[in-house]
Design a protein around this ligand. Sequence first.
Ligand code: SAH
Length: 561
Amino acid sequence: MKKGKIFVVGFGPGDREHITKRAVDALQQSDHIIGYKTYVELIEHLVTAKKIVSTGMTEEVSRAQEAVKQAEAGHIVSVISSGDAGVYGMAGLVYEVLIERGWKEETGIAVEVVPGISAINSCASLLGAPVMHDSCTISLSDHLTPWTVIEKRIEAAAMADFVIAFYNPKSGRRTRQIVEAQRILLKYRSPETPVGLVKAAYRETQKVILTSLSDMLEHDIGMLTTVVVGNSSTFFYDNKIITPRGYQRKYTLGDEQQIWKPHQRLKKEAEPWALDQVTGEAKTGYEKIETIKSKPIKLKTQEPPNTKQNQKIISEKSSVEMAQMALSRVKGETIKADFIVQQKIESIFEFAVSPGVSNKTITPKQMQLLAEVVGEDGQLEYTPDHRFYVKIPTDNPNNVIEKLKGSGLYVMPIGDVLNLKACDFCYGEKAESIPYAEEIMETLGGMKLPKELHVGFNGCGMACYRAVFDDIGIVYRKKKFDLFIGAKPVGRTAHAGQPVAEGLDPEALVPLLTKIVKEYKENAHPNERLFKYFKRVKKIAHFTYQDMSSKIKIEEAPCGD
Ligand code: SAH
């Protein structure tokens, strides 16, 4: 007799768009489709099978047995599961039935498990990007799994800061499980932890709710809901739940928080918590997941008959600790730190410091303060553009800025922003134009742009701080300004900026610069430096581009190579 085949098909969340081609092919090839009634109805329009066997929810074993029986009789059979058939689905059961019958791949009927989009993925997509980092699924159904095991898994996942997708969170009869799950999670995670409740993803009755760990039970949770609980760094953003890829974020001045760019993330120094490849040790101070320090004790709980292993293990706090906790509750203090996972996002604050726009002397006191602020863990680097580049781990950047500004230091953002470098104005001898430099810094300094933009400002025609080699060069001469645009300051084809205006009226300077910068900001491609932009569009403000790159032919080396 010809041997048949079993397809175990995961058909995804339930709509036509999210079922794979292979799944549709399998269903169309099948003589028999076997599945839970509601699911069969969901995919019925896709199939031409002669025989459809739909059964009740609890008849999974008989469904698997029927499938094997039909396949052994030579038929092609699809057993269907929603989502992925290998995630709390029919795949395992089908194999169990086959194994019981001594099935071997080589001699037995063919079996193909067709993967589908599981609820953790379909629900995550509707919430934003909540999964993103290490995650797990936990089914709260205790039909086939002892609650004590489920409880232990929740505890472990909560403690280890996994993002968790709870499947089968609640049904008509099982209402207590999700309450218990929340209680356990609150031992390790903040009550504000973002939680997403997705009901019937990609089906007609779809409903998405964003809530928090403390409030999640106030909403409707049912048989068709998946509950996604964020980890300690998950956050809400514009009606989305986002879990960042890593545990480090970067601040720059005047900018929103940003995560490391990929190439920066790969650097060793950006990951001080990583396992040391030589010593095999992780740096201390980064084991922020608070393990329960007190020794575990066995508490008497309702023990199932004959099992000693199912005893509930919970942590014990000393009576003093408990009394302290009680006292702080009464006082209304927060008691988080002791046991909630404090997997803080490490924030690195980056900025530049100088003694001032024109001032080039730094006092010993200011140096001392700078050293203090940078501390043991920070970095201080002197840059070619006469500034200190500072990088420090801190969660309170404002405090740092205030301290530095308080001592008269000038604090500037770094990165793709407008930065002005002025000369020393011959130590005050040629101070006349300083107010214009300060005005530029006030109106445009730190502005976020497609690429870094250096404005050079020199107080006399000597231009000894080389303003003509900056993206925008401004030179004060005979009470008027000369303007240069589009220098290429680095590389083998470096060149000075194009002189675009001479004898500009001082009052016209800032409005003109604003116009140029605005045009560049709005129209340049990301990462396009000013000289490239000028070369590409050929016009900025009312100035026309001229090719400044030298046309000198490089002679061949005398030795011929
Ligand atoms: N095999 C399925 C899971 C079956 S267990 C899969 O991989 O997705 C049943 C549970 O899955 C439900 O209680 C619910 O928590 C989740 N689930 C299945 N389909 C869902 C959907 N469309 N929307 C939200 N949750 C869903």
